[in-house]
Design a protein around this ligand. Structure first.
Ligand code: ATP
Length: 378
C-alpha cells in the first residue's frame, strides 16, 4: 500500500470496438497499462480517445472486446461492471465540481462508506495543497485550484486507476504549464495508475511514462516519449508528434544514401526509403560552397528555425539553439546530420499492423512487424 492507501491496478483492453450508429469510433484497440504507470492517449480530435476512456470508466459499453482492471474483467461479451463498482476516478475537462458544495464537501462526495472520513478529506486537501481554502465554494477558486479539487475528489475514494479527459484544456496558456506539473506531481505521489487523454503532443511527451498514439479509431504506436519522438513508426505519427523533415534515400543495411550523403539508420533496411529526421538533427555551417541556401529564418528567442533549399529544390528545416549571427537568408550553408535517422519504405511508412499496435520496447522498424507484441490475457 502507498502512504495514501491507494492500490494501483493495471489496465488491459483487448480488441475493443465501439460504434455510434454508422461512425466507427474505436476499433481493434489493444492497450496494456502497468499498475502505477502514467499513460497518455494522444491523437487528433475525433480519433476515439475519449471513447476509449469512457469505455474503461464504464460510461460507455464497448460493442466488442474486453476490459480488465487488475485481475477483474469489467466489460466483455459476458460481463458488465457498472462505473461505481470499478474503483476508477474520473477527472473531466470541465472539472464537473458541484457548484453548491464547498471544496471539502466536493472532496467528501464519493466517501459514503469511509470510516475515517475527516482524516481522508484532510489527507486529500494536504495532497493537493488546498488546506487553506477548504470552506470556499468552487466559484471562489482559480482554474488551477478547481482542477486540484477535481483531482482530490477523484482520488479520495482510493481508486486503482484515474482517468483524465483533456484535463488542462480549460486553462490559459500561462497557467497550463504550471498546473500540468502540479497535477503530475500529485498523481505520482498518490502512486495511482493514470490514463489521460490529450490532443497536445507536448503535454503527452512531457507528462507521461508511455504515450499511445491513436488515429482513426486505432492505436498506432505505444512507446516511451523519447523513443516515440525519435522513432515514430509511421510518417503520419512523425508529423503528428512535431516537425519532421523527409528525404528520399536508398538504404543499404545500417546506412542510407541520400542528398545529405551517407547517414546512419536506426534500423537495418534495404531498398528505396523515405528518411525522417527532426529539425534539431540538421546542423548547418556557414560555407560559400555549401550544398544549400537559407531561404527563411524565424527567430523564437531560445532557438530559431531556418528553412534551407537544396539545389534539387527540396526544402528542409533546421532548428538551432543560441545565437547564429552569420546564418541569414541568402547564405550558402553546408548540411550535416550526426545522429541515426528513421527510414520508412516508400511512399508513406510502414502500414499499421493488422494485429495490433506497436508496443513499448518493440522494434519499430517498418521491416520487422513480427516484433509487434499483443497482450495475452487468459
Ligand atoms: P476530441 O479530442 O475532439 O474530444 P476524441 O479523439 O476524444 O475527440 P471521441 O470523442 O472518442 O474522439 O469521438 C470519436 C468519434 O465518435 C468522433 O467521430 C465523434 O464524432 C463520434 N462520437 C463520439 N461520441 C458520440 C456520440 N455520443 N454519438 C455519436 N457519435 C459520437
Amino acid at each position: 500500500m502507498t502512504p495514501l492507501s491507494l492500490q494501483p491496478v493495471s489496465v488491459h483492453c483487448v480488441d475493443l470496438a465501439k460504434s455510434y450508429g454508422p461512425v466507427q469510433a474505436v476499433r481493434d484497440v489493444h492497450l496494456d497499462v502497468a499498475a502505477g504507470q502514467f499513460l497518455a492517449l494522444l491523437g487528433p480530435s475525433g480519433c476515439g480517445k475519449t471513447t476509449v476512456l469512457r469505455c474503461i470508466g464504464g460510461f460507455e459499453a464497448p460493442d466488442e472486446g474486453r476490459i480488465q482492471l487488475g485481475a477483474r474483467t469489467v466489460a466483455s461479451a459476458a460481463t458488465w461492471i457498472p462505473p461505481e463498482q470499478r474503483h476508477v476516478g474520473m477527472v473531466f475537462q470541465e472539472y464537473a465540481l458541484f457548484p453548491h458544495l464547498s471544496v471539502e464537501e466536493n472532496i467528501a462526495f464519493g466517501l459514503t462508506r469511509e470510516t475515517q472520513r475527516e482524516e481522508r478529506i484532510h489527507d486529500m486537501l494536504r495532497l493537493v495543497g488546498l488546506e487553506g481554502v477548504r470552506h470556499r465554494m468552487p466559484h471562489e477558486l482559480s482554474g488551477g485550484q478547481q482542477q486540484r479539487v477535481a483531482l482530490a475528489r477523484a482520488l479520495a475514494p482510493r481508486p486503482g486507476v484515474v482517468l483524465l479527459d483533456e484535463p488542462f484544456s480549460n486553462l490559459d496558456a500561462a497557467l497550463r504549464g504550471r498546473v500540468r506539473q502540479e497535477v503530475r506531481d500529485i498523481l505520482r505521489r498518490a502512486g495511482v495508475t493514470v490514463l489521460f487523454v490529450t490532443h497536445d503532443q507536448e503535454e503527452a511527451l512531457s507528462l507521461a511514462d508511455q504515450v499511445a498514439v491513436m488515429m482513426e479509431g486505432r492505436i498506432i504506436q505505444v512507446d516511451r516519449p523519447e523513443r516515440l519522438y525519435r522513432r515514430p513508426a509511421t510518417h503520419q505519427v512523425a508529423t503528428f508528434l512535431g516537425e519532421a523533415n523527409f528525404l528520399p534515400g536508398k538504404a543499404k543495411g545500417r546506412n542510407v544514401e541520400c542528398a545529405l550523403g551517407t547517414l546512419d539508420l536506426h534500423d537495418e533496411l534495404v531498398g528505396e526509403v523515405e528518411l525522417m529526421f527532426r529539425p534539431e538533427d540538421l546542423l548547418l555551417s556557414d560555407q560559400d560552397d555549401g550544398s544549400a541556401e537559407i531561404v527563411d529564418r524565424t527567430y523564437f528567442g531560445h532557438d530559431q528555425l531556418l528553412t534551407v533549399r537544396l539545389d534539387s529544390g527540396t526544402i528542409l528545416r533546421s532548428r538551432l539553439v543560441g545565437c547564429c549571427r552569420g546564418l541569414q537568408p541568402g547564405r550558402r550553408v553546408g548540411l550535416r546530420i550526426d545522429t541515426p535517422v528513421m527510414a520508412y519504405p516508400t511512399p508513406y511508412g510502414c502500414p499499421v499492423p493488422a494485429q495490433g499496435p506497436i508496443q513499448p520496447g518493440a522494434d519499430t522498424s517498418p521491416v520487422a512487424p513480427k516484433s509487434v507484441r499483443r497482450p495475452h490475457l487468459s
